[in-house]
Design a protein around this ligand. Sequence first.
Ligand SMILES: NC(=O)c1ccc[n+]([C@@H]2O[C@H](COP(=O)([O-])OP(=O)(O)OC[C@H]3O[C@@H](n4cnc5c(N)ncnc54)[C@H](OP(=O)(O)O)[C@@H]3O)[C@@H](O)[C@H]2O)c1
Length: 184
Amino acid sequence: MKDAFGAPQSLLVLGGTSEIGLATARRLIARRTRTVCLAGRPSPALERAAAELRELGADVRTVPFDALDSASHEEVLCKIFTEGDIDMVLLAFGVLGDQARDEEEPLSAVRVAQTNYTGAVSAGLVCAGALQAQGHGSLVVLSAAAGERARRADFIYGSSKAGLDVFAQGLGDALHGTGVHVMV
Ligand SMILES: NC(=O)c1ccc[n+]([C@@H]2O[C@H](COP(=O)([O-])OP(=O)(O)OC[C@H]3O[C@@H](n4cnc5c(N)ncnc54)[C@H](OP(=O)(O)O)[C@@H]3O)[C@@H](O)[C@H]2O)c1
């Protein structure tokens, strides 16, 4: 449960090595967040991030999570919620891609789209359902200015973020009145 000041006591970061995700986690721990779950592709960087947050006094664990493996999201993410309420889910994973290469190699472009958009759709829906089942919580989605208007330099990445934006806004509308909030 959020405490009396509205600060989340438990945080789930999807994309557990994300710089923005970790900066947010550090801020929240300084304010009262006590438990943090870093979900991400297993790596020394993920374990280092967990160790750094533990030094700030939080109870931190890591969970293997791959945005590209949508079929696994229900099992992986629902299990996290069965182990305790999550007050805030921060959807922080994403890839910028390489616009020039992605234009040359369509499958590489698809990887950007699948990570940033379809991966977020499946993970977002699973987390929204779990938050709704517990009756409270927030889903915070990191989009990008690149999604607001197509730009020559990054329209593949931008289009994935545009899709993410509309999805997350609509999900927020769908959850209106449930006690679950979505912030883009
Ligand atoms: N930084 C900016 O200026 C900026 C501006 C606008 C929007 N954003 C958006 O904000 C979000 C966070 O940005 P950031 O700068 O913190 O990013 P970052 O430091 O580059 O971190 C990206 C995260 O995404 C994870 N990721 C990539 N592919 C994944 C996959 N298949 N499965 C699971 N995790 C995966 C990475 O995990 P690994 O460690 O496994 O690679 C990493 O944790 C991104 O969505 C980004 O598009 C950032």
